[in-house]
Each structure stands twice: as structure tokens, then as C-alpha cells.
Design a protein around this ligand. Structure first.
Ligand code: SAH
Length: 236
């Protein structure tokens, strides 16, 4: 796919206000991921057309939700989704890329350096551990996550990283109802509230997605997140 075709698809997406330079960087990130994917398992999507829609446009659907946040952490970023498209769209925001796989963090650091994205931070670790370090606990205006775990599990990973009043933006597929129902206890334990759940289709497709927003309204008890592995084994 050439850059002209790429730009046309990007402009058909959720974000209209985007410069040629930003589009060029999104394109370069895509090519770095596809290239690296030959030697490392980063994504099952190899077709560039599918890639633009399912990874890049999908990531950009979160743009509107994070626009008022200065510090963002992408929990379980993998090859940089949604963190890298959001960072390229909003260069002034400080984005922290967190993943528990060292090689993925190394890769996204290389991308960040090649694309000159500053300020950005790259953190290798599990959310359950990072959530207890003073450098990260209670420090973010927003946490985002896509395709990492179910909502109650993700809530325990993400909410302890938020400042009071901060938001957790979860990117989900369409059938989110059951997960939402199972979040009540997690939200009360984590002193948070449900803000909204929006459902939509990816541009020009019948691919349904939803975005769920929670807000930290109190102070997360010290015992959360529980030790690594426990949130997914015994969700709140
Ligand atoms: N967000 C990316 C990657 C999803 S795959 C995308 O949407 O394409 C899930 C990623 O989460 C993997 O890279 C995995 O290493 C990471 N991950 C899983 N559990 C984690 C945890 N407890 N803490 C940090 N990262 C985690």
C-alpha cells in the first residue's frame, strides 16, 4: 500500500484534523510493525488494508476520549495500540507504553525513537507490579487498554495507575454487556464509577466496537492491584 492510499483511508476515519506529517508517521509505524512481524509475533493481521482499519483507525476511535488528558498510560500496548497512534495524533501528551513482554517494549521504544516521539516512556513490567511503584501509582490522567483482558481484570490493572478523577478508557468488541455486568464489585472495590459505554462501527465496515469509560472517584485501597496473576485468576 502506498502512502496516498494510506492517507485516504486515514482521512476516512474518526479523526479529520490530522497533518501530512502525522499520517507519514502512522504509515511508518505500520510498516515497522509489519516488518518486525516477520520475525516476532506482534499481530495476526498481515494485510495492510486490514491493518489500517483494525489497528490504526480503531486506535484513533479513542482520540476523543483522551483529548483532555495530559498523561496517558497504554496498558499492554503490544505493538503500540492504541498508544502509538494516539501519541502521533497528540504529540504533546506524555504517553507511557507498558507491556509485560520485554521484546515488545524494546520494539515500541525503537519505533518511538525512529518517529521522534517525545515525551514518551517505555516500561517493561506487569501492570500488577507497576501499579505499586510510586513512580506510576496514582500518576496518570488516563489509562487506555485494548485486547488485554476482561473488564474487571483490566480495571484492577489500570485504575490504581490513575490520579483521583482520572479516567480508564477500555476498548472492547461489541459484546461488552456481560463484562459490564460483572464489573460492579470491581468498581466499588476500586472506588470508581461507570461513566459511559459507546457502541459504534469502524468506518466503512460492519465491525462493531465499544468504548467503556470508568472514572476513579476516590482513593484505591493499598491492596490493589493484587499480586501478579491473581486479578486474572480471581477477578474482583
Ligand atoms: N494492546 C495491543 C496488544 C494486545 S495483546 C493491541 O491491541 O494490539 C495483549 C498485550 O498485553 C500483550 O502484549 C501482553 O504482553 C500484554 N499484557 C498481558 N498481561 C499484562 C499485564 N498484566 N501487564 C502488562 N502487560 C500485559
Amino acid at each position: 500500500m502506498n502512502i496516498t492510499e494510506f492517507a485516504k483511508i486515514i482521512k476516512s476515519g474518526p479523526v479529520q484534523d490530522i497533518t501530512e506529517e502525522q499520517i507519514d508517521k502512522l504509515y511508518r509505524h505500520m510498516n515497522m510493525v509489519l516488518e518486525k512481524n516477520r520475525v516476532m509475533n506482534l499481530t495476526s493481521i498481515e494485510d495492510p488494508y486490514e491493518f489500517v482499519v483494525k489497528h490504526i483507525l480503531d486506535s484513533l476511535t479513542a482520540a476523543e476520549y483522551v483529548k483532555d488528558c495530559r498523561t496517558i498510560i497504554d496498558v499492554g500496548t503490544g505493538a503500540g495500540f492504541p498508544g502509538m497512534p494516539l501519541k502521533l495524533l497528540y504529540p504533546d501528551k506524555e504517553v507511557t507504553f507498558l507491556d509485560s513482554t520485554a521484546k515488545k517494549v524494546e520494539f515500541i521504544r525503537e519505533c518511538g525513537s525512529a518517529l521522534s516521539v517525545e515525551p514518551a516512556r517505555y516500561v517493561h513490567g506487569r501492570a500488577e507490579d507497576i501499579g505499586h511503584l510510586p513512580e506510576y501509582r496514582g500518576k496518570f490522567d488516563c489509562a487506555v487498554a485494548r485486547a488485554v483482558a476482561s473488564l474487571p481484570v483490566l480495571a484492577e490493572y489500570c485504575i490504581p495507575l490513575l490520579k483521583k478523577g482520572g479516567i480508564f478508557v477500555a476498548m472492547k468488541s461489541s459484546n461488552v454487556d456481560e463484562e459490564l455486568d460483572s464489573c460492579k464489585n470491581a468498581l466499588s472495590e476500586l472506588r470508581s464509577t461507570f461513566v459511559r459505554c459507546d457502541r459504534f462501527f469502524l468506518p466503512n465496515t460492519d465491525i462493531a466496537r465499544s468504548i467503556v469509560v470508568f472514572q476513579l472517584t476516590g482513593t484505591v485501597p493499598e491492596k490493589y492491584p493484587r499480586k501478579a496473576g491473581l486479578p486474572s485468576k480471581k477477578p474482583l
